[in-house]
Design a protein around this ligand. Structure first.
Ligand SMILES: *Cc1c(COP(=O)(O)O)cnc(C)c1O
Length: 467
């Protein structure tokens, strides 16, 4: 298996090179040359596998044996050893048709841990094997940063710098990132919003001399390994459902920001998981919902919501979807992305919108609706949703075609992480100990203005130069 770019100007590369490259050097996103498929029979044979065993099988289709099987197995085992549920990602059934897949039992209580625990270990593995220094750079709306830092703190050969929007992440998210004292960690709190942070990162990754001088590495969902690691739980949830539950089909509802999680579902479906509907849930930052419903992809005013990890306008993985939408035609992708850059929007024809809607159903959740959903589910099922997971449930309620069979709604964070919203509806929760203890720790972060040169100066003082 080789990997190429959605813009067509990266020579085919192997798995580890793809992992290290992150964003394509031509500015595109990396995708596999062809997506391997899994037959129904093969899928059935995987039904009894543990989460770790299943991940090993799926990754083996993509790694070209560049990682010996025993090493890959060990990396996977170590990555999920810190998860508190024996199932890694437990599936909870709320009623006859609705199931919640809890993706938040990792070290930082959000779904980012699922992919990043593994990626941190993989970076350490590659650093050691190739005797490389790994300088990680990432932007976060809160959860990615916390999770990435947790996965590489104190690891030899790795430096990590995370940009987050100053004051625009939840208190717990901020503490998870900034109370880490290891000197291989730098937190930059940028006076701006998440899109500003992501923009700087994108420019630095596109600056090839800078990127090669520091051997910059990505943890954002521009990295295909992250997408692949997330596709595993679509297989897992499907296989965990009983045959009876699956008989009228299986659907997923996905709280969405950067389009990474849902793209992983799209990939799993292309690989052969029989998924009927993929429901994309956005909050009031609903560019993706407008794209799917109206065929207009156009950023509008940024809004702060109860689900800050989804407060995103420009979704990195949109381009991956576009690539498959235009029939894997890199020239067409490049033309459309150029047009987007020049005109600030993309429009799709009515016929195209109909095709998009066959792939994805979209629903945008207002702030009130989000809180009401949390309240209702607490009352009806005694199940406390975090505001992101609540968006997924609200989208299932609002847009899921119920005659389509079972629904799996992805729960992307633990409610304790977003207590600000939970308190608004008068629910008091007990924090898990690992969150409670954060409040007593000293914080370390550097506040910077949203000025690229200032950010670059901080990075140059921190990263190790590659010889
Ligand atoms: C990152 C995140 C999302 C959005 O996922 P994307 O892959 O960016 O679409 C949703 N919920 C939570 C809690 C998150 O941390």
């Amino acid at each position: 298996m080789k990997y190429i770019s959605t813009r067509g100007n990266v020579a085919p590369i192997g798995f580890i090179d793809m992992f290290l490259m992150g964003l394509g050097e031509d500015g595109g996103l990396i995708v596999p040359e062809s997506i391997p498929t899994v037959s129904g029979k093969q899928l059935d044979q995987w039904a009894k596998l543990s989460y770790q065993e299943l991940m090993f099988e799926i990754f083996s289709l993509y790694t070209n044996d560049e990682i010996p099987a025993d090493d890959l197995k060990r990396l996977i085992q170590e990555s999920y050893a810190g998860f508190t549920s024996p199932d890694v990602l437990p599936l909870t059934t709320l009623n006859d048709s609705l199931h919640v897949l809890e993706l938040f039992h990792g070290p930082t209580f959000a779904f980012k841990d699922v992919a990043l625990s593994f990626m941190g270990n993989l970076y350490a593995y590659v650093a050691k094997k190739q005797n490389q220094v790994i300088n990680i750079l990432g932007a976060t709306s809160g959860d990615t940063g916390a999770s990435a830092i947790s996965s590489v703190r104190g690891k030899e050969g790795i430096q990590i710098c995370i940009l987050h929007p100053n004051g625009k992440v939840s208190r717990v998210q901020e503490l998870q990132m900034t109370t880490v004292q290891d000197d291989n960690v730098l937190n930059l709190a940028v006076n701006g919003n998440f899109d500003d942070c992501q923009q700087v990162i994108k420019e630095l990754f596109a600056d090839i001399p800078f990127k090669s001088k520091y051997h910059l590495r990505a943890i954002n969902s521009i990295n295909f390994v992250r997408i692949l690691a997330q596709s595993v739980y679509y297989f897992y949830a499907y296989l965990k459902l009983s045959e009876k539950a699956r008989e009228n089909g299986v659907n997923f509802s996905i709280p969405t920001g950067n389009f990474g999680n849902i793209f992983s579902g799209y990939l799993a479906k292309k690989m052969g998981v029989p998924i009927k509907q993929l429901v994309l849930a956005t909050n009031e930052n609903n560019i993706l919902e407008r794209f799917i419903r109206e065929g207009v992809y156009k950023p509008e005013g940024f809004r702060s919501t109860h689900s800050p990890s989804m407060d995103i306008q420009i979704a990195s993985n949109f381009e991956r979807y576009l690539y498959y939408f235009v029939g894997e035609d890199a020239v067409a992708v490049t033309a459309r992305m150029e047009k987007f850059k020049q005109e600030g929007q993309l429009t799709f024809t009515e016929a195209e919108v109909a095709r998009i809607q066959q792939d994805i159903t979209a629903y945008s959740v207002g702030n009130e609706e989000c809180l009401n959903t949390i309240r209702t589910y607490q009352e009806r099922y005694g199940y406390l949703l975090d505001p992101h997971s609540a968006c997924g449930i609200a989208a299932y309620e609002g847009a899921g075609r119920k005659d389509d069979g079972a629904f799996v709604s992805l729960a992307t964070a633990h409610p304790a992480k977003f207590d600000e919203a939970i308190r608004l509806i008068g629910i008091e929760q007990q924090f898990p100990e690992r969150i409670q203890e954060l409040f007593d720790k000293p914080q370390q972060q550097v506040i910077v203005d949203n000025v690229k040169a200032d950010i670059v100066a901080r990075l140059e003082g921190f990263y190790r130069v590659y010889q």
